[in-house]
Design a protein around this ligand. Sequence first.
Ligand SMILES: [Zn+2]
Length: 116
Amino acid sequence: MHELAVTESILNLAEQYARQAQAQRVTDLSSIVDDSVQFYWELISQGTLCEGSKLHFQRVPARLICLDCTGEYTLDGELVPCPTCGSSKVKVTSGDQFYLDSIEIEKNGDAPASQS
Ligand SMILES: [Zn+2]
């Protein structure tokens, strides 16, 4: 249940931020997470400041290191061999992570910033 843990972390982060900003409600937030989080998001945000908020996703580009030439490179999509030496002996150094990219909140008396 890795995704659930990730989703809970995002929710905690968003709630923390929203309280600091004295928000009534979180309306919109962007986060760099896996798509599967959306499912959990709707579930666990019920009854919180984040209930009904829109969550936007962006994948983190994976960082890879080549074990043959120690060159580092970034992946946008599919796994490709090292662009420097062509080796496929590579290791993911990062990419299994997420962060809160942006957040939109609603304060007392404020109208939602955007409606669509
Ligand atoms: Zn290489």
